[in-house]
Design a protein around this ligand. Structure first.
Ligand code: HEM
Length: 462
C-alpha cells in the first residue's frame, strides 16, 4: 500500500505497566487479554510485551495484506525459536530463497493425488484404534485428547516412513511427547539464556531430539543403501528423497531431509489431534449434529466400507463440521511475523524501527461478530457454500494464507475426515459432565486439563 500525504495516524496503543508493559496480562490469560483488545479496538492495536512493541491486527483485510499482498515485507517471528533445535531449518521456520527452494521441492509430495497413497494407512491406524476401544471396559471415560494425540502421531509416522519405523514407534512417541512438553514449558520462559543450561529438562529434551534424529538418519541410510530406489516407498520420505530441483537437478541433503521430517512430525500431528479432540467434544455436546454426520456417513460408506479419496468428496456436511470446529478452536490460534520495513494499513502507519512483532490471530477473527452470524455458537451451517461466499476470505484462516499457507492442509483435512467418519459411525460420544472445556493456548489450542468423553460402541449402524 502506498502512503498518502495525510497517512500518519498513529496506531492506538494499550497502556501497560512501566517497564513490563502488558507482558504479565498477556501471559496470564492470552485469550482473555486479546479478546479484551478486540472488543475495544477495531483494526489495529499495539502493546508492549517482553520488551517489544507488538501490533495486533484485527481484520481479514490486514491479515491478507501481511500474509499475501505484502508478504515479502514480513518474516517469521522468533516465536519458533523454542522449536528450532528440533526443527532445524525446516519449512516452518526457514526464510527467503532457501525456504522457496525447499517449498518447491516438498510441494509435490503434498498434492492431493500423491496423498491418495496415504489413505490406506490412515484407515488402518484408525481401524486399530477402534478395535482397541471395542475391547475395553465401557464405563470408564476415555482421555480422548491423549488418544487423538497418539493416533495422529501414528498416522504421521506411518505417512512419513510406511512400515520402516515399526520397531521404533514407542521411542518416537516418547521422544516427541518430551519435545512437545518442553516446548510448551519454554513458551512463556522470558529468559531464553536458561535454555542453554544443563537442567534435567534440557538434558531430557536433548536426548529425545538425538533419539528421533538417530531413527530418521538410520531409515534414510537404509533406503539409500538398499537395492530398491527410494521412490518405491509410497510415503512422504520416499517422495522427499526423490524430489529434484527443476533448475539445478539437486536433491535434498540428509540434513535437509532430517529438518523437513522433524518439521512435518511437529507441524503435522498436534494440530490435527487437537482439531479432532475438539470435534468429538462438540459432537458429544450436539447430538443432533452428530446424527446428521452419521446419516451422511452411512449413506456414503454404508455400515462397513472404509473411505477412499473419491468417497471423501461426498462428505460435505462432515467437512463443514470439521471447518466449524477449527473456527471455534483453531489449532494454530495465533501466529506472528516480523516486519522488515515500515508499512501502511489504511490511515495507520506501522513504523520500523519501532514495531517489532505483528500478530495475526485466527482465534479472534473466527469469532468476530462482524463476519460471523452466531460467533460463539457451534453451527456447521456457517460453512454452507452460500454463507462462505459472503465472507472475506481471510475471516477464516485455520491454515494461514499466502505463500506460507500450511503445506499439509489437504493431508490434515483428509486425515480428519477419515478419523471422524470412522469413529462417529462406530461410536457414540457423550460428555462426562456438563462442565465446559476451556481452550488452553500454547503452541496449539489444547482442551484445558485434557478431554474425557464416554465412548459407547453403537449396536446398530443406522
Ligand atoms: C488441523 C491441522 C493443521 C493446522 C490447523 C495447521 C496450521 C498451519 C498454519 C496456520 C501454518 C502457517 C503458519 C504461519 O504462517 O506462520 C502451517 C504451516 C505449516 N504446516 Fe500446518 N497445520 C495443520 C496440519 C499440518 C500437517 C498434517 C502437516 C504435514 C503433514 C503440516 C505441515 C506444515 C508445514 C511444513 C508448514 C510450514 C509451511 C511453510 O511455511 O512453507 N501441517 N500450518
Amino acid at each position: 500500500m502506498v502512503p498518502t500525504a495525510n497517512a500518519s495516524k498513529p496506531i492506538p496503543k494499550r497502556k501497560g505497566l512501566p517497564w513490563v508493559g502488558s507482558t504479565f496480562d498477556f501471559a496470564r490469560d492470552p485469550l482473555a487479554f486479546l479478546t479484551g483488545l478486540q472488543q475495544r479496538y477495531d483494526r489495529l492495536v499495539q502493546f508492549d510485551a517482553v520488551g517489544r512493541l507488538i501490533t495486533l491486527t484485527l481484520t481479514p483485510e490486514d491479515a491478507k495484506h501481511i500474509l499475501q499482498e505484502n508478504n515479502r515485507n514480513y518474516v517469521k517471528s522468533d516465536a519458533y525459536e523454542v522449536l528450532k533445535m528440533f526443527l532445524g531449518n525446516g519449512l516452518l521456520n526457514s526464510e527467503g530463497d532457501f525456504w522457496r527452494r525447499q517449498r518447491r521441492l516438498a510441494q509435490p509430495a503434498f498434492h492431493k493425488q500423491r496423498l491418495a497413497l496415504l489413505v490406506e494407512g490412515m484407515n488402518r491406524e484408525t481401524g486399530e484404534l477402534m478395535a482397541r476401544w471395542k475391547n475395553r471396559t465401557l464405563e470408564k471415560p476415555l482421555l480422548i485428547s491423549e488418544e487423538m494425540m497418539q493416533l495422529a502421531l501414528a498416522i504421521v509416522t506411518h505417512s512419513l516412513f510406511s512400515s520402516d519405523v515399526k520397531n521404533h514407534l514407542d521411542n518416537v512417541s516418547e521422544s516427541i511427547t518430551i519435545i512437545i512438553e518442553t516446548a510448551y514449558k519454554e513458551l512463556f520462559n522470558f529468559f531464553p539464556i536458561t535454555r542453554k543450561w544443563p537442567t534435567p529438562r534440557a538434558i531430557r529434551y536433548r536426548r529425545a531430539v538425538a533419539k528421533i534424529e538417530g531413527i530418521i538418519y538410520e531409515i534414510i541410510h537404509r533406503r539409500q543403501t538398499a537395492a530398491l530406489p527410494a521412490q518405491s516407498h509410497d510415503d512422504l520420505l520416499g517422495m522427499l528423497m526423490e524430489a529434484q530441483d527443476d533448475e539445478t537437478g539437486e536433491r535434498m541433503t540428509n540434513q535437509q531431509l532430517r529438518d523437513e521430517i522433524t518439521t512435518i512430525f511437529m507441524a503435522g500431528h498436534e494440530t490435527t489431534a487437537n482439531a479432532l479432540s475438539w470435534a468429538l467434544y462438540l459432537l458429544a455436546k450436539h447430538p443432533e449434529v452428530a446424527a446428521k454426520v452419521r446419516d451422511e456417513i452411512n449413506r456414503v460408506l454404508g455400515a462397513t466400507r472404509f473411505p477412499t479419496v473419491e468417497t471423501l468428496r461426498e462428505l460435505p456436511y462432515t467437512t463443514q463440521v470439521i471447518q466449524e470446529t477449527m473456527r471455534l478452536y483453531p489449532p494454530a490460534w495465533i501466529f506472528g511475523r516480523q516486519p522488515l520495513q515500515s508499512d501502511q494499513f489504511g490511515a495507520y502507519r506501522l513504523t520500523v524501527p519501532g514495531a517489532n512483532g505483528v500478530l495475526i490471530c485466527p482465534y479472534l477473527l473466527h469469532r468476530d461478530p462482524r463476519y460471523w452470524e452466531k460467533p460463539d455458537t457451534f453451527d456447521p451451517d456457517h460453512f454452507r457454500p452460500e454463507a462462505v461466499k459472503l465472507r472475506p476470505t481471510y475471516a477464516y484462516l485455520p491454515f494461514g494464507g499466502g505463500p506460507r499457507l500450511c503445506i499439509g492442509n489437504h493431508f490434515a483435512m483428509m486425515e480428519m475426515q477419515i478419523v471422524l467418519s470412522l469413529l462417529v459411525r462406530e461410536f457414540d460420544f457423550q460428555p462426562v459432565d456438563t462442565r465446559e472445556i476451556r481452550p488452553e493456548p500454547g503452541i496449539t489450542l489444547r482442551p484445558k486439563g485434557g478431554l474425557r468423553l464416554r465412548v459407547l460402541p453403537r449396536r446398530t449402524t443406522g
